[in-house]
Design a protein around this ligand. Structure first.
Ligand code: SF4
Length: 345
């Protein structure tokens, strides 16, 4: 990383983050159940919203490699895996940070911590982050706002039904000054009660039964089990809504495009050429070592390519229009055009 920074290949303003699974060296049939104590979600406590007690849950563990986690996600292979969380420079594609967790961890759990490390620990001028829908939680929106990073996060479809079935939460607009939601039929959903849900106080809003009874959206709005529409609002939801407002803007589209090109491209290359598909090692430390070596190999290739391009004749260099002062270096290889931006003079 230091060598890449010296060569001017680290810009560090726009960061993209994602994770990939690595098959653990553990037999899926060899499982045992262990009680795990989960620490409370720190950001609720920071806000003074709630003091959450430590939670205990039962998780599947492999006695040969207790650090591996049993992954069970839609569209992903089931079994014991590790997750390699990588932060990359959106402009140059360099991998800036590698962090490994068990396969049962969620992507959003380490996001704020890693970006804080890049900003404060490595001293990078992080301004924006491009993330997929797995990071669309109140904790990530709140945490990134607090450290001064603008988050461009694809909205999660959790609990939102497909068009034609049910109206999603996005169909209801929030009006903080009146402390109410307004529905597609222009009726108000007013505050009803506060419920404690998993230790977190949530505010409940509801429409009147008369309004809903005569509404043309009735069937699309809520199920037969209730008589009027109810919406549950968590504390700090406004940070998430602020993030959703960036959806569809030019910068949002650019960041999400860079996320898919850089993150998916790096993972694909590492899995194909740099030993990231599975691990023969066991234990968090050993697997982290493998992931770091894989990322280092890719960065070294980029460094060599970058240095070679910097020495290239002037006609191969083009000044970047999006980042004045930077150079966009490119060359054609087969039919693809490879981009590399550098701060070199
Ligand atoms: S059913 Fe009730 S909440 Fe839903 S759109 Fe109609 S009036 Fe509004």
């Amino acid at each position: 990383m230091r060598e890449c920074a010296k060569a001017g290949l680290v810009r560090g303003e726009n960061i993209v983050m994602d994770s990939t699974h690595i098959k653990a060296n553990a037999d899926n049939r060899n499982q045992e159940w262990a009680e795990v104590i989960k620490t409370p979600k720190a950001f609720w406590d920071d806000l003074g919203v709630a003091e959450l007690p430590a939670e205990s849950s039962v998780k599947s563990k492999n006695p040969c490699d207790p650090d591996a986690g049993y992954m069970s996600r839609n569209g992903k292979p089931k079994g014991f895996h590790y997750l390699d969380h990588q932060c990359s420079d959106a402009d140059t594609g360099l991998i800036l940070d590698v962090f490994v967790t068990g396969g049962d961890a969620q992507d959003h759990e380490c996001c704020v911590e890693r970006l804080t490390y890049l900003k404060d620990g490595m001293g990078l001028p992080v301004k924006a982050a491009g993330l997929d829908s797995g990071y669309d939680t109140i904790g990530v929106h709140f945490g990134l706002t607090r450290i001064g990073v603008t988050a461009y996060i694809a909205p999660a479809k959790r609990g939102i039904r497909t068009e034609g079935e049910r109206l999603g939460i996005e169909a209801f607009s929030w009006h903080p000054e009146e402390d109410c939601y307004v529905c597609p039929n222009h009726k108000k959903l007013t505050y009803r009660a506060t419920w404690i849900c998993a230790g977190i106080p949530t505010r409940n809003y509801g429409a009147s039964m008369e309004d809903c009874k005569a509404c043309p959206y009735r069937e699309k709005c809520f199920t037969e089990k209730t008589k009027s529409k109810r919406i549950v609002r968590k504390p700090c939801q406004e940070f998430r809504e602020e993030g959703w407002e960036r959806t569809g803007t030019g910068t949002y589209k650019r960041m999400l495009r860079r996320r898919s090109v850089v993150c998916e491209g790096n993972f694909g290359l590492q899995k194909r050429c740099h030993n990231l598909r599975f691990t023969r090692k066991r234990g968090m430390e050993n697997v982290s070592e493998q992931c770091l070596l894989s990322a280092t190999a890719l960065n070294l290739k980029r460094l060599v390519k970058g240095l070679r391009l910097l020495d290239a004749p002037g006609e191969m260099r083009v000044t970047s229009a999006s980042h004045p002062g930077f150079l966009t270096l490119f060359r054609r290889k087969s039919r693809s055009v490879r981009f590399l931006r550098s701060a070199a003079a």
